[in-house]
Design a protein around this ligand. Sequence first.
Ligand SMILES: [Cu+2]
Length: 141
Amino acid sequence: MKKGLLSGFSMFLLLLLFGCSGGTKAEVDCDPHAGPCTKEAGEYVITLDVAPKPVFHMKELTFDVTFSEKSPPIESESLLLDLSMPGMDMGKNQVTLEKTGNNRYSGNGIIVKCPSGRTLWRATVLLSENLKPTFTFNVRD
Ligand SMILES: [Cu+2]
């Protein structure tokens, strides 16, 4: 009886793990073609702006990340922005954002064109181990 309960519980954990790592939540939550996108992560309020607009594949892009004045101060001289496709391994594509002012970071990168024809990408600001706000958007051809 006890053993059955335990294995039932581990099955539940397994399901939970798979559910999380599956990355099935791939809904567009940002329209970088129209303007900046803002997300909250912990006490931080983070805005991502991508230029030039509209945002195309295979074109040099500038990524600007700004933290609201109410966000806790960030000491780091640079931040990493991870570019990925939800549910697809496109290889590592990380842009280093250098501090360009108070609460402001900026860097250049390229979003490659996916051979599958899909255009859904996700930009993740690697703030800390626990704070990784994401912006999910479609890139134009
Ligand atoms: Cu892809």
